[in-house]
Design a protein around this ligand. Structure first.
Ligand SMILES: Cc1cc2nc3c(=O)[nH]c(=O)nc-3n(C[C@H](O)[C@H](O)[C@H](O)COP(=O)(O)O)c2cc1C
Length: 171
């Protein structure tokens, strides 16, 4: 009998103050609940990606850019990632309120290198007491609103859409 192997997925995340890490955890939980074989790792800790068929890559956005560790992960694995199935998400506060930090425009080029099937932006969290002085003043200058704007239903439902996509790729 022919053996079919389902895709193995790695959720890779980069987070400075924890809100994106929690989003990544919710996504892997949801994928596993849908029966997907998924691991989760921080971008800076990923060494070998050869055993994975697909990646859900997510980073927080600072000054319109993905975190250094995520950009390094993509650059280091670009050729291999190009051959795999990719989904991407950004966590930021653009769209939360006008006058807030700019759209993550520079997130684009790093993603163009690898062509994800989808890229979703989720509203994040701003907790001034967690920030460095410098970050706090940048956030204040940008007119940032304090609060947790993460929409867990939206996040989990996006993860379920990915699970569906993976299952259709498996068939
Ligand atoms: C200094 C600073 C700069 C930021 N720049 C942006 C930005 O350019 N675009 C954006 O959408 N959000 C921006 N944000 C909001 C963060 O992306 C948001 O707080 C996110 O949830 C942080 O994720 P983390 O907790 O995983 O580090 C900024 C926040 C800070 C403190």
């Amino acid at each position: 009998m022919m053996q079919t192997r389902s895709m193995k997925i790695l959720v890779v995340w980069a987070s400075r103050h924890g809100s994106t890490e929690e989003v990544a955890n919710a996504i892997v939980d949801e994928l596993r609940a849908e029966g997907i074989d998924a691991d989760i790792k921080q971008a800076s800790e990923v060494t070998d990606i050869s055993s994975y068929d697909g990646f859900v890559m997510g980073s927080s956005v600072y000054m319109t850019q993905w975190e250094d560790s995520m950009r390094r992960f993509i650059r280091a694995n670009q050729a291999e990632l190009f051959e795999k199935e990719l989904w991407a998400f950004s966590v930021g506060l653009s769209g939360v309120q006008t006058g807030m930090p700019k759209d993550p425009v520079r997130v684009g080029p790093v993603l163009l290198r690898v062509e994800p099937r989808d890229h979703k932006t989720f509203a994040g969290r701003l907790q001034p007491q967690k920030l460095s002085l410098r970050e706090r003043s940048i956030a204040r200058l940008g007119g940032a609103v304090e609060g947790d704007f993460r929409d867990w239903d939206e996040i989990r439902s996006w993860a379920r859409d990915i699970a569906k996509d993976i299952k259709s790729l498996d068939n």
